[in-house]
Design a protein around this ligand. Sequence first.
Ligand code: NAD
Ligand code: UDP
Ligand code: UDP
Length: 311
Amino acid sequence: MKRILITGGAGFLGSHLSDRLLAQGYEVLCVDNYFTGSKNNIAHLLNHRQFELIRHDVTFPLYVEVDEIYNLACPASPVHYQRDPVQTTKTSVHGAINMLGLAKRVNAKILQASTSEIYGDPEVHPQPETYWGKVNAVGIRSCYDEGKRCAETLFFDYWRQHKLRIKVVRIFNTYGPRMHPNDGRVVSNFIVQALRGQDITIYGDGSQTRSFCYVDDLLEAMVRAMNTGDDFTGPVNIGNPDEFSMLELANLVLRLTGSQSRISFKPLPADDPKQRQPDISLAKTALGWEPTVTLEEGLKETISYFRKLVS
Ligand code: NAD
Ligand code: UDP
Ligand code: UDP
């Protein structure tokens, strides 16, 4: 039976991935230091015979025996990755080196959860994988953006130099149940604010855009990417190309929650990308995949999760 390591397994995406891989009959080894993740996300798995949990920080070496590694460990929300930016870079870079070293020693296949932030504040729209991006090296988002870029570099050098089997997926904004209520990302913020009757905080004038992918769609693509033949490395964009402004998102959340909250405008954080939309042509051909859940459907699921949490 395949043994699969998920770093960041107690986080939003990692916990759903654990569910999915256990349901497919695999053994899952979840590694997390609980920086942003929570035991609550995996509490229902703790008695599962094929599930094992290790509290560990991936910036330190890890010696385990596994067949596949999904490297998801890294805070993903700007609020969290900017809280301890040096640790964020260490997690991406030292974490990648350790997990690549582990993959090399045990000859495991390894997937990197990279990000659309690789493209920075993009001048090309939508963003194909061939676009090299426009990233500030010294700004407040750089710990995340440059850390993730360096991790991609390491993956491709271990592939070239050590013939490692690698997969790099560039994830665009993804949302769903088990996002942390104080995570700071826009979807969780707007829903929690709407459910509590607090003002919906739009940063800037709300004209900036993002393209939101529901967690189930995203994980389907991620697992498909892991299961591609050894000649496929990526990078491959995965996300939902339906693009919305933050003002549109706020109004949709207000309608779906039936909330009386008002919208209030706050300053736009530095280096906040103005637009973002994945070109998923490669995912369509290489993975035979495209998202199926609309923003409205996905938000309804997410709202019902937060209703139980917030009420
Ligand atoms: P998350 O914050 O919920 O999960 C990250 C997990 O990694 C948490 O459980 C956290 O405790 C753990 N972690 C952080 N530093 C660690 C360390 N040094 N050692 C061990 N564990 C550590 O975020 P998420 O949305 O589930 O994101 C998972 C991955 O996907 C991240 O690598 C993120 O960069 C990437 N990603 C996510 C999105 C998105 O929209 N959700 C978009 C692009 C990329
Ligand atoms: N490493 C690890 N687990 C292993 C093997 C290696 O954490 O099972 C770490 C090890 O600490 C090393 C890093 O991965 O620093 C990179 O390993 P690699 O073999 O590529 O390089 P080297 O050991 O020569 O630094
Ligand atoms: N945003 C917002 N209000 C919030 C949180 C975020 O208007 O309460 C904006 C943010 O400035 C950005 C967009 O929503 O333009 C997406 O932010 P998020 O932090 O979710 O992700 P990222 O910027 O990394 O795509």
